[in-house]
Structure formats: structure tokens, C-alpha cells
Design a protein around this ligand. Structure first.
Ligand code: ATP
Ligand code: MG
Length: 722
């Protein structure tokens, strides 16, 4: 490929950045302005024009997926193999450093990575060995503490505890935990980074080697680097290396995890006034989407300030859909995606973005029902999540005591003092006599072959399952689920934990209860409702691998959508308390981070953006009425189009912009007339007020005598004329 084509398809400032002489650079620019494109072209330029060997380049991306894509695109452009180009995430690259220099950092050659769940389990073991009560020292909180300290680059000996007893204890736990890890040759995620920083700090010859090797260091999504990552960068970039960072302060969305947008300022200082290049032209989104996103982010203070424009077309207005509940919202989204597909588009070009992982379940069910393939990024599918699997394991045991896998899963979750030794004994006995684990447990108890403590714990476990089973006998499915989750101690276990993840797990457990309540799992001759539900859940989870490469709708949280783009984007759950989340609404700093998240979400859309919110939503199995998100109000009305198939106004109902607006569709073919009296099985008698939409999406508004006005899906309303 010739040199000039590397600069084709670039605008002036982009070209300036790509073809700049070797120098430190900051590319500061808003969403969709080509930052990532510039970074890729710069890498290619350095190889082709400056004749820098791939070996001498280091490129940091935010996700592994981004690294893979980038590598592919550069290989295509440059036409040479890039096997010795170091490109990946901070963690991926640090891990590589540790593998190479395991001896210098005191790790065994085959050291293993501890994922977050393993780390948690290990911390609990350490707490036990220190005789500390988990009630006072919740493992999740300790985990959060250890990781945060490591992210700040601090070892136990470097933390000042002063007279703070609680902090002293945390430090003691941190030290003991680290000791176990070191002896077992285990590194957690935060350790990977810290250890590689220490490697570079403590080994001048290793540091010198890499500093000489990496003549150019390039970093994408720089606004989300944390303290240790920035230190890592400074250590790897030598006196002769040139560093180029690209980022957008408006897209810093990991502050809650220690990311520091101030690193941009530090970079300007530490790297001796690098050349700053601003890109202001957006190539991704329509003018409408861009102006709307700009209007939202303009409400934040302390921005570095950027003007983003496009010479692209205006595009369609942003559609705002006011659903009356979360099911209606999901049904609407799926309906629009079906239309999109029927117009000849691929599903892969459509993305649904949400604030919390728990929101995906309703969407998944609607997609499954509609027979649309989907793929979830950056999170497990609902039924594969640990806490859901734990809860399902209890339900499975209620349904079937022979389920060995379920016993394995929950016999000691939450911890009830059944240790590995006892378990090994049980497993061996079961194997020997070819009995199920459940039978074996009973037999070992009956023949008194277990120590007093183990026997006690096991008989309690058996009793728990029997009691649960009995108590659940005549309960509706969702109450069975609630019972299992609460009485088993699962709920309390996660409640005792702190941090974002424990909160998510609780939300998911509640969501499971809602799933049982609303899902149409009917009993038939073969199966009880519980069995039928469990079968569905298992099938759902099993589908996952099959459609990995198939044409599929993309589902992900707003956080994992960073850096990506899709022609069609839906953002759902735009309600106060949901997005912005409840906790953030009261704290200005966090609210601004939520707003940046909204900006990230909106700027993923290329052609068409839908913003959805529901008037009522079941959260934790309870119905909540929420106001539309303030972010909706921050978008100038001229860019929005409420979804109403309106012909003429009949009767004003409410003047709220996003509430039930006065609008009306001809009532032909509906069987209902304006002003007609109808009877609803739950809400009683009322008068027909309004009607909108057509086909399965049509809705009818009734003013009920008892409960006031409500929108109902016509097809499900089952109204009786009176
Ligand atoms: P984000 O902030 O979301 O990470 P970004 O600034 O990294 O966005 P890119 O993803 O690099 O932006 O580019 C956005 C879109 O615009 C891509 O589809 C890219 O191919 C296209 N693009 C970038 N620059 C140009 C250009 N000069 N001409 C045409 N298309 C461009
Ligand atoms: Mg990018």
C-alpha cells in the first residue's frame, strides 16, 4: 500500500496527527471524530514511512476486542505480519511482561490469574484463617479495598494506618491475602498491573530494555486510565520514546473504578507540553443525533471544551418512546428491530444499550419470543450469572434431589462449614457406592461416618432443602423463588457484601423473582411450573455458543459500548432513578459521570437513535412509577419526535412532554369508539379516551372510574363493551 493512501480519507487535523514528525501528542476530541482511526493510521504511518519496526511499537487499547480489530485493520493496510507488535489492553500487555520476567518478579513460571470470583473466595478463606468474622469484615469490602490500594500502587507496608484500628485490620488482611497468593503463585487483576510496574521500577536493566525498545507508545481511550496505568506508561516510555494519547474527557465513565480524567492534565505536564491536536468533525452520526448529544453534555461543568460538528445530513429525528411498562418497552424495541430487518438490514447493525445488566432479561425474552438472534457483550447472559445459577441450583434441588451439580454448587454456598475434606469424602463415597450425592449425604449421616461438625452442617443443609421444598409446595412460582433465595441465605450473603458487583447481584436475584412472576411458564401434564421454568432457563443459557457468529442484535451496557458504533441504537430505561441511577442523582460528581455515559450512549448511533422510557417498571418485583430521565429534558425538542401515530387531537390529557400527550388516531377497525363505556377485569369500568398506533402495537387509553386514566395494549386489554 502506498503512502498517500494512508492519508486519504483523513481531514486536515487528522492528517496532521498521522503524519506528524516523531513527537509527543495529545489528540483530544469528541465522540466519532476519528480518534481511533487516527491512532490506527498513525501506527501504519510509523511503520511505512518512518520505517519503525512493529517490534518498536506499543499500542494500548481499552478492550481485547478493540485490539484484535485494530491489528486486523493494520495488517490489511500495511500488508506485513504484526506478530511482534505489542498491542492490547493494559492488563493484557502487563500479563505479557510478567510471563516474560516471571523470575524477576518472584513468580513461578506457571503462575495463574485469579478472577474476581476466585479472589473473593480466597479472601474469605484468609478471613477464616485470621479468625475474623465476615459479618464485621465483609469479603467484598476487603476485596474492593485491596484492589483499590493496588490500583493506587500501594502495598500493605506503604499504607499509613495511624491509629485507625479498622484500617490496620484491613491492611493485615491485605498482607495475609497477598502472602497466600504469592505462595500459591496467583495474581489477581490489579496485581498484574502493580507487579509489572514494580518490575519496571525495581529492575533498571529491564526498564532500560523496554524504554529503548518502544520508540512509540500509543494509547486509545486515555481518559479512562487510572493511577497505576499512568505510572506504567511513564515507566515504559523512555527518554527517547514518543507518546501519543487519544481521548475525550466527555467520555470518561470509569471514575467509580478509579479512572482519573486528570491524567490528561498530568500528561500535558509530564511530557513536556506535547502537541495538542483537536478533531472537531464528527463522521459517525447524523447532525440531529450529534446536536442532541452535544446539548446533553453541555450541562456538565469543567469540560475541556470541544466543538463537534458534522457536514453529514440532518437525518431523522430521535424517536422517544414512552412505554407504559418495561414489557411494552421491550416489545416496542423488538418490533422496530423486526421492521429494520424486514427493510433488508442486518441485525448486527442494531444495538440495545442499557444502564444495568439486570435490564437485559426482559429484552432477551422479547427477542427470544420474536425469534431474533441476539448477542450480549461484556456480561454473561442472565441465566449464566453466578448468583442466578446459585438461586436456580436451590430451585433445582427443590425439584429434584438427585441433581448432583446443584448440590455441588450450593452445599456450601452460603458458607455453612462444609469444608473441602468433607466434600471429598462425600464424593468418594458416592462414587464407590454409585449413589447420588444426596443419598450419600443421608447415608453418611445415618451411619455416623462424619465428624460432629461436618455431620451437623450436613444435616442442616438437608433440613434446609426439605423445609424449602415443603414450604414451596403450594406457592406460586415467584414466591418459591423468593423463598429459595431468602431462606437459603443467598440474599443475605450478597447483602453483607459491599461494592458495585454485590449490588448488581442483588438486583439480578430480584430480577429472577420478577422473571418467575411475569414469565408465562404454565404447568402441563409433564411438568410443574417450576420444572418448566428451569427447563426454559437451561435452554436459554445453552443457546449461547451456537449463534456467536450469526447475525444477531447486539445487547450491552452503556459502559461496554464505549468506542463502538451502530447504525441503529436503542437506549432503554431513561428514567430518573434508573438512568441517572438513584445513587448518582444526589451527588453532582456522579451525576456528571452518568451524563457522560448518556453522551457515550447517544454518540454510538450512526443513523437512527431511539430513546425509550417506561411510565412504570417492575424493579425488585415491585411496580415503580418513574419520571422520565432529566437527560431527555436536556435535549432540545426540535431534535425529538415522540412516537405517536397522531392524526387529530381529541382531548388533552396531560401537558407533560413525555407523558401521555393529547393525540389521537382514527378509531376505525378497532371496535372501540371515543367516549364508549368499557369494563376491564382488573380496573373496572371506564371511558375510552384515546387510541394510538396500529396492529399489535396499538394502545388504547381508558379513563377508569376507580383508578384514573391508563394506556393499555389493545390486544391484551380484553375489554368488554358495556
Ligand atoms: P469514539 O470517541 O466513540 O471512540 P472516535 O473518535 O474514536 O470515536 P472513530 O471510531 O475513529 O472515532 O471514527 C468514527 C467513524 O468515523 C468511523 O466509522 C470512522 O471510520 C469514520 N471516520 C473517521 N474519520 C473519517 C474521515 N476523515 N472520513 C470519513 N470517515 C471517517
Ligand atoms: Mg475511539
Amino acid at each position: 500500500m502506498d503512502v498517500s493512501s494512508l492519508l486519504d480519507d483523513l481531514n486536515d487535523p487528522q492528517r496532521e496527527a498521522v503524519a506528524a514528525p516523531p513527537q509527543h501528542m495529545l489528540v483530544l476530541a469528541g465522540a466519532g471524530s476519528g480518534k481511533t482511526r487516527v491512532l490506527i493510521h498513525r501506527l501504519a504511518w510509523l511503520m511505512q514511512v518512518e520505517r519503525v519496526a512493529p517490534y518498536s511499537l506499543l499500542a494500548v487499547t481499552f478492550t481485547n476486542k478493540a485490539a484484535q480489530e485494530m491489528r486486523g485493520r493494520i495488517e490489511q493496510t500495511v500488508g506485513v505480519s504484526l506478530h511482534n507488535l505489542w498491542m492490547g489492553t493494559f492488563h493484557g500487555l502487563s500479563h505479557r511482561l510478567l510471563r516474560t520476567h516471571y523470575q524477576q518478579v518472584g513468580l513461578p513460571q506457571g503462575f495463574q490469574i485469579l478472577d474476581s470470583d476466585d479472589q473473593h473466595r480466597l479472601i474469605r478463606r484468609v478471613l477464616k484463617s485470621l479468625n475474623l468474622d465476615e459479618k464485621h469484615w465483609p469479603a467484598k469490602q476487603i476485596q474492593w479495598f485491596i484492589n483499590a490500594r493496588k490500583d493506587e500502587g500501594e502495598r500493605p507496608g506503604q499504607i499509613e494506618a495511624g491509629g485507625d484500628f479498622s484500617l490496620q485490620t484491613m491492611i493485615k488482611i491485605y498482607a495475609a491475602y497477598q502472602d497466600v497468593c504469592d505462595r500459591a503463585g496467583l495474581v489477581d487483576f490489579a496485581e498484574i498491573l502493580l507487579r509489572s510496574v514494580e518490575l519496571l521500577q525495581q529492575n533498571p536493566e529491564v526498564r532500560a530494555h523496554y524504554q529503548q525498545r518502544f520508540r512509540h507508545v500509543l494509547v486509545d481511550e486515555f481518559q479512562d486510565t487510572n493511577a497505576i496505568q499512568y505510572r506504567w506508561l511513564k515507566l515504559l516510555a523512555g527518554p527517547d520514546s514518543k507518546v501519543m494519547i487519544v481521548g475525550d474527557d466527555d467520555q470518561s465513565i470509569y471514575g467509580w473504578r478509579g479512572a482519573r480524567v486528570e491524567n490528561i492534565q498530568s500528561f500535558l505536564r509530564d511530557f513536556n507540553e506535547p502537541v495538542t491536536i483537536r478533531l472537531e468533525q464528527n463522521y459517525r452520526s447524523t447532525a440531529t443525533i450529534l446536536k442532541a448529544a452535544n446539548a446533553v453534555i453541555a450541562n456538565n461543568s469543567d469540560r475541556l471544551g470541544k466543538d463537534l460538528w458534522t457536514d453529514g445530513r440532518e437525518g431523522e429525528p430521535i424517536s422517544v418512546y414512552t412505554a407504559f411498562n418495561e414489557l411494552d418497552e421491550a416489545r416496542f424495541i423488538v418490533g422496530r428491530i423486526k421492521d429494520w430487518q424486514q427493510q433488508g438490514n442486518t441485525l448486527t447493525d442494531a444495538a440495545i444499550l442499557y444502564r444495568n445488566n439486570a435490564q437485559s432479561r426482559i429484552l432477551e425474552e422479547a427477542l427470544i419470543q420474536a425469534g431474533l438472534n441476539y448477542r450480549i457483550y461484556g456480561g454473561l447472559r442472565f441465566y449464566e450469572r453466578q448468583e442466578i445459577k446459585d438461586a436456580l441450583a436451590y430451585l433445582r434441588l427443590i425439584a429434584n434431589r438427585k441433581d448432583d451439580a446443584a448440590i455441588e454448587r450450593v452445599i456450601n454456598t452460603p458458607a455453612r462449614g462444609i469444608g473441602e475434606t468433607t466434600l471429598a469424602k462425600v464424593r468418594a463415597a458416592a462414587r464407590e457406592q454409585q449413589l447420588t450425592l444426596w443419598q450419600t449425604l443421608q447415608q453418611l449421616l445415618a451411619t455416623k461416618q462424619l465428624s460432629g461438625r461436618a455431620a451437623n452442617a450436613i444435616s442442616q443443609f438437608i433440613e434446609l432443602i426439605e423445609q424449602l421444598s415443603e414450604a414451596c409446595d403450594d406457592l406460586p412460582l415467584h414466591e418459591q423463588a423468593e423463598h429459595a433465595i431468602k431462606r437459603s441465605g443467598l440474599y443475605a450473603m450478597y447483602q453483607a457484601e459491599k461494592g458495585e458487583k454485590a449490588q448488581t447481584r442483588l438486583e439480578n436475584l430480584n430480577e429472577l423473582i420478577t422473571a418467575c412472576q411475569t414469565a408465562p411458564y404454565e404447568a402441563d401434564e409433564q411438568m410443574t411450573p417450576l420444572e418448566s421454568f428451569l427447563a426454559q432457563a437451561a435452554l436459554d443459557a445453552g443457546d449461547y455458543q451456537a449463534d456467536k457468529h450469526a447475525d444477531a442484535v447486539q445487547l450491552m451496557t452503556l459502559h461496554s459500548a464505549k468506542g463502538l458504533e451502530f447504525p441503529l441504537v436503542f437506549i432503554n430505561g431513561l428514567e430518573e432513578g434508573m438512568f441517572p441511577s438513584q445513587q448518582s442523582a444526589d451527588e453532582p460528581g456522579r451525576l456528571e459521570e452518568e451524563r457522560r455515559l448518556c453522551y457515550v450512549g447517544m454518540t454510538r448511533a450512526m443513523q437512527k437513535l431511539y430513546l425509550c422510557h417506561a411510565e412504570s417498571r417492575r424493579v425488585y418485583g415491585q411496580e415503580h412509577h418513574q419520571l422520565p430521565s432529566r437527560f431527555l429534558r436536556e435535549i432540545p425538542e426540535q431534535y425529538l419526535e415522540p412516537i405517536r401515530l397522531t392524526t387529530r387531537v381529541v382531548q388533552p390529557v396531560s401537558s407533560g412532554r413525555f407523558s401521555q400527550q393529547a393525540s389521537h388516531v382514527a378509531f376505525e377497525n378497532t371496535g372501540y369508539k371515543l367516549g364508549q363505556r368499557v369494563l376491564h377485569s382488573k380496573f373496572g369500568e371506564g371511558t375510552v379516551l384515546n387510541y394510538e398506533g396500529s396492529g399489535p402495537q396499538s394502545r388504547i387509553q381508558i379513563n377508569f372510574d376507580e383508578v384514573g386514566s391508563k394506556w393499555l395494549v389493545t390486544a391484551y386489554a380484553r375489554l368488554e363493551a358495556i
